[in-house]
Ligand binder design. Structure first.
Ligand code: PMP
Length: 432
């Protein structure tokens, strides 16, 4: 009898989509269904989603699903017709920002939003120099790929790009945490501004995530960015806050990451959680910035702000507000952090516990005194959690920070499951 050759989903994926299509975990998960903070794989196995900040208000939230279906069954079109959907949404969205950030440009991905933001900064300053941290990610267009240190662009970096050391509250630049660290960071930005001026492109913008999500979400006090913002503005530049990860109430204390750290950005970019998984993103800016941009660049986006996308985004925002999910993030996030702190009493590998709201985690070390990163161990722990039905991941400057960023409907009971599972996995994973 002929052998039955079955191609795995992974092989099929590589054959059809090409190699290097990244998946999480040594044994990738094949998901087929989701509800709230729960997911199910093709074999019917249940997982707790502790990472995915796209389904912000929970997987398949019925209000969002209904809004998408209703609008898809009524009208969807490109964005060169008049429609209330985009206007109602931008009105509701900008109401969540301070009074200055009162217009928005809709697009489809965080990468696009950041790409547009860089051009907005150029329109404002007449310069092109961009500064980012050396452990960030702002997306995958040709321009924003230039800002990625961990995934260098094949043709090399452009002359107008400069990097500063990513903030690390556990191993602060200059050795001292808090405002001394803040001033050390600002001094690095100042140095890079001088380099860009010297090169002739001039300095246009500093782009950063105000929660430094990809850098390992360091614990930084309010006011930490003040010296940096001062340096940027003195040099005639602007600050872009990439709120793709911390926004929409996730941090619990504030609706936006820049509010938590205490400054008003010149331009804000948002995406990921904005429409609960539907591809929607935006750039939010003051009206005169938008006008300056529009008179320098002709910009049209076929899908950005279409009626279905706006219905999905509007429903998501309404659910965050009406279900008080920011308050839930504050409560459940604080509970999670104290659970991790309890675990740290029993597990020496936990060097630091940090986070805000439903964006929290722990830094893993081989030795608490030397703070040597436990990079390989952290990866094993993430895989161990997956094997035991809890999906989370790891990142940070040394890829040794367990990162948890669950849907905003996460409950205390969900946290109990995470902490109990982590207790088991930490105990069974060798620290070598
Ligand atoms: N900015 C940040 C901070 C991100 O983390 C990401 C995606 N991980 C992006 C931008 C890019 O967003 P997208 O994948 O939607 O293009």
């Amino acid at each position: 009898m002929d052998a039955i050759v079955t191609e795995t989903l992974q092989d099929r994926r590589a054959r059809l989509l090409g190699p290097n299509m990244s998946t999480f975990y040594d044994e990738p998960v094949h998901l087929v269904r989701g509800e709230g903070a729960r997911l199910w794989d093709a074999d019917g196995r249940e997982y707790l989603d502790c990472y995915n900040n796209v389904p912000h208000v929970g997987h398949c939230h019925p209000v969002v699903v209904q809004a998408i279906c209703d609008q898809a069954g009524t009208l969807n079109t490109h964005t060169r017709y008049l429609h209330e959907g985009i206007l109602d949404y931008v009105e509701a969205l900008t109401a969540t920002f301070g009074p200055n950030l009162d217009t928005a440009l809709m697009c489809c991905t965080g990468s696009e939003a950041n790409d547009v933001a860089l051009r907005m900064a150029q329109a404002l300053t007449g310069k092109t120099g961009v500064i980012a941290t050396d452990h960030t990610y702002h997306g995958n267009t040709t321009a924003v790929h230039q800002l990625s240190r961990s995934n260098p662009p094949p043709g090399g970096y452009w002359d107008n790009v400069g990097f500063v050391p990513a903030p690390d509250s556990y191993r602060p630049l200059g050795g001292e945490a808090g405002m001394a660290h803040a001033r050390a960071f600002a001094a690095e930005v100042e140095k890079q501004i001088a380099v860009l001026e010297e090169k002739g492109c001039g300095f246009s913008t500093l782009i950063l995530c105000p929660f430094f999500a990809n850098e390992g979400f360091p614990d930084l006090p309010a006011g930490w960015l003040d010296p940096t913002v001062e340096v940027v503005r003195r040099a005639g530049g602007v600050v872009i806050a990439d709120e793709v990860q911390p926004g929409f109430g996730r941090l619990g204390t504030h609706f936006w990451g820049h509010e938590k750290i205490g400054f008003t950005p010149d331009i804000v970019t948002i995406g990921k959680p904005m429409a609960n998984g539907h591809p929607v993103a935006a750039v939010v800016a003051p009206r005169d910035t938008m006008e300056q941009f529009r008179s320098n660049f002709r910009y049209f986006n076929t899908f950005g702000g279409n009626p279905v996308s706006c219905a999905a985004a509007m429903a998501t925002l309404r659910v965050v507000q009406e279900e008080n999910l920011q308050a839930n993030a504050a409560d459940v996030g604080a509970y999670a952090k104290s659970g991790l702190q309890e675990l740290a009493k029993r597990h020496e590998c936990i060097g630091d516990v940090r986070g805000s709201g439903l964006f929290f985690g722990a830094e893993m070390v081989l030795d608490r005194t030397t703070r040597e990163p436990a990079t390989a161990f952290t990866k094993q722990v993430a895989n161990g959690m997956r094997q035991r039905g809890v999906l989370l991941n790891f990142l940070g400057r040394h890829y040794n920070v367990l990162k948890m960023r669950p849907p905003m409907v996460f409950s205390r009971a969900n946290v109990d499951q995470v902490i109990e599972t982590l207790d088991t996995v930490l105990a069974e994973t060798p620290l070598a």
